[in-house]
Design a protein around this ligand. Structure first.
Ligand SMILES: [Fe+2]
Ligand SMILES: [Fe+2]
Length: 135
């Protein structure tokens, strides 16, 4: 699997969200680079915290915009975010307890989740919000 990278087809035409998605891929690329290496648990814990703080902020931004404009797919979309928040929180807990290690496979799975989520969920609010004048 190639390192995580934002690509043009992921554009949602809302500036702040496209910038956040690029940052999301950057954070995953950093984790991808650290995966499988001999870093101490504290270093990896900090990197994971960076991911979890960032996804909290990104998901909150999207959810606020969707709810503000009464986007019909809001609830379904919010649930998808919630599952990913839980997935990362569980991994953080396992890492802390020494029950998990950060592997390329794990980071690749998170990247696939993000690619699938942008393509199947984020792209759907895109035209709706653009139609409300949000760019
Ligand atoms: Fe997103
Ligand atoms: Fe989303």
């Amino acid at each position: 699997m190639l390192p995580p990278d934002w690509k043009e087809p992921y554009r949602v035409n809302i500036h702040v969200l496209d910038e956040q998605h690029k940052k999301f891929f950057d954070i995953l690329a950093n984790l991808y680079g650290a995966a499988g290496k001999e870093y101490d648990a504290t270093f990896l814990g900090i990197r994971l915290m960076e991911l979890s703080v960032f996804i909290g902020m990104h998901f909150d931004t999207e959810e606020l915009m969707m709810s503000e404009y009464h986007y019909p797919g809001y609830e379904e979309h919010r649930k998808e975010h919630e599952l990913f928040r839980e997935k990362i929180a569980d991994f953080q807990e396992d890492l802390k307890m020494g029950k998990a290690a950060l592997s390329v496979k794990t980071v690749s799975a998170w990247t696939e989740w993000l690619e699938h989520h942008i393509t199947n969920f984020d792209k759907k609010y895109s035209s709706f919000l653009n139609g409300k004048g949000i760019h």
